[in-house]
Design a protein around this ligand. Structure first.
Ligand code: HEM
Length: 181
């Protein structure tokens, strides 16, 4: 897993709970914690940090991962504002992941192992996204999508009717847009 994702995790935890908390999590996880953005590190290290955070903050691990993704989106887009140019909505951004956003990421971070998504749009308020990855980071995808909705000032209700963590071969993320009142 690219170091930038660890950097994002560090920034989200430090912003919300202070830098000492991040250091405590690294200690708990038995990790050194010097992650360079372009470096590659085992995904197990991220999961060990998530487990430590889950215990320390009394949150389910999936909520920790969602939290990192949701806040992390703002950090990533602040670092690469051009990625949002031309997109007026979260739907448009999410639909560009395979063709534009993640290919761009692969240029910036050579060797990136990014997921591909399959889209099924039933109507304009609903989008289903199939996610297949042996890293099983569907909750991270959920968080990033919620962060994307925050960015465009939209409200999305997100569910996973099908999930690898519950024995399925892939995950289906169902996005339902809620009109802003
Ligand atoms: C709604 C928007 C996005 C979604 C749903 C999404 C989803 C994901 C997921 C689930 C992964 C984990 C890898 C895997 O599952 O195999 C990932 C990896 C990654 N994504 Fe995205 N992503 C989004 C936007 C972005 C943006 C804006 C950036 C900008 C830099 C980005 C950069 C990366 C990087 C660097 C990785 C790590 C690749 C690696 O470790 O080799 N993503 N993305």
């Amino acid at each position: 897993m690219k170091g930038i994702i660890f950097n994002v995790a560090e920034a989200t935890v430090s912003q919300e709970f202070g830098e000492d908390t991040w250091d405590d999590l690294l200690d708990e996880a038995g990790l050194e914690g010097s992650y360079t953005a372009l470096g590659d590190y085992p995904v197990e290290q991220l999961l060990a940090i998530v487990t430590a955070a889950s215990e320390k903050l009394s949150l389910p691990p999936e909520d920790v991962v969602r939290f990192i993704g949701r806040r992390g989106f703002a950090i990533l887009i602040a670092k690469y504002p051009d990625m949002a140019v031309g997109h007026q909505s979260a739907r448009s951004f999410v639909l560009a992941l395979n063709e534009v956003i993640h290919p761009e990421v692969r240029k910036l971070y050579p060797g990136s192992d990014v997921p591909t998504f399959e889209y099924r749009a039933s109507d304009e308020a609903v989008l289903e996204i199939e996610y297949v990855s042996n890293r099983q980071l569907c909750y991270f995808a959920e968080g990033l999508i919620m962060g994307c909705a925050d960015h465009f000032d939209e409200s999305i209700e997100l569910s996973q009717p099908v999930c690898q963590h519950h024995g399925a071969r892939s995950c289906v993320l169902r996005l339902q847009w809620i009109p802003n009142v």
